[in-house]
Design a protein around this ligand. Structure first.
Ligand SMILES: C[S@@+](CC[C@H](N)C(=O)[O-])C[C@H]1O[C@@H](n2cnc3c(N)ncnc32)[C@H](O)[C@@H]1O
Length: 259
């Protein structure tokens, strides 16, 4: 198995990690965009295959924890092909609105037909842009969520600060992200699966081994749930709590912007 660099290493501000590779911070965004250009067309299928369908359950649990209400305005940061947006659209009713916000055009384009086929489509809009500089006014949303996206940012804390800025006082945040199993034997199996089987599946399905080494590497480099809670509290979110899913393969954090 590939050896992991120091977990969650300090960032000098000029460099960032792309998987296990230390790169110039200015280059990470481009590498991430190229990665999602490569995987976009098969993104939904690969998610379902590689997680044995579990990502649907994780997303449902995460949306439940966000506690959406009819009429809510929701920002889906790094929204990609729109799975979370569709689940949220069901909860917010006719008066509610969801904005899918993503930097990658190929991911948005891949998700569009799925959303267009849904009767919930009129509640969903798209915006292309960088999560570290949201092109949305202050206090414009009742809820903001990010699913499997924050670890791709060059500065994840900037993404959270931006989500905090665009939330109205009392607005709710949800972050669903990969983490690591808590049982040692399960972690060992999961490592084996994610460092060997996932890249192989990537090679077969999208023609790139590298595309699916970035996934497990970036997961290992991301903050552990307790660390992420501390980051959210530091930014100004209150009532922060998290729940591990499937022994910690994923974790959902929620918090509230204090009024
Ligand atoms: C793993 S996908 C998650 C998609 C979707 N949220 C889901 O749960 O299936 C991560 C998404 O983050 C987007 N992304 C990465 N960096 C971004 C950035 N700086 N700003 C906005 N979106 C970004 C990618 O384009 C990609 O669509």
């Amino acid at each position: 198995m590939t050896s992991t660099p120091a977990h969650n290493p300090p960032d000098s501000g000029e460099t960032a990690y792309f998987g296990y590779r230390r790169v110039a911070a200015a280059d990470k965004g481009l590498l991430v965009r190229e990665h999602f250009d490569t995987v976009a067309a098969h993104y939904d299928l690969m998610n379902t295959l590689l997680s044995f369908g579990l990502h649907h359950l994780w997303k449902r649990t995460a949306i439940k924890m966000l506690g959406l209400k009819p009429g809510d305005r929701v920002l889906d940061v790094c929204g990609g092909t729109g799975d979370l947006a569709l689940l949220a659209a069901r909860k917010v009713g006719r008066r509610g609105r969801i904005v899918i916000y993503d930097i990658n055009r190929a991911m948005l384009v891949t998700g569009r037909p799925k959303i267009a086929r849904s009767p919930l489509a009129p509640r969903i809009d798209w915006l292309q842009g960088d999560a570290e500089r949201l092109s949305c006014p202050d206090a414009a949303f009742d809820a903001a969520m990010v699913g499997f996206g924050i670890r791709n940012l060059t500065h994840p804390e900037k993404g959270f600060q931006e989500m905090h800025r665009v939330l109205a006082p009392g607005g709710r945040l949800m972050c669903l992200e990969f983490s690591q199993p808590t049982w040692a034997w399960f972690r060992w199996l999961y490592d084996l699966y994610s460092f060997y089987f996932m890249p192989l599946a990537g090679k077969i399905m999208v023609g790139s081994w590298q595309a699916y080494t970035y996934l497990p590497e970036s997961i290992r480099m991301f903050a552990r749930p307790q660390e992420l809670s501390a980051v959210l509290e530091e930014i100004g979110f209150a009532q922060v709590r998290f729940r591990r899913l499937t022994n910690g393969i994923a974790a959902v954090h929620v918090g509230v912007k204090t009024p």
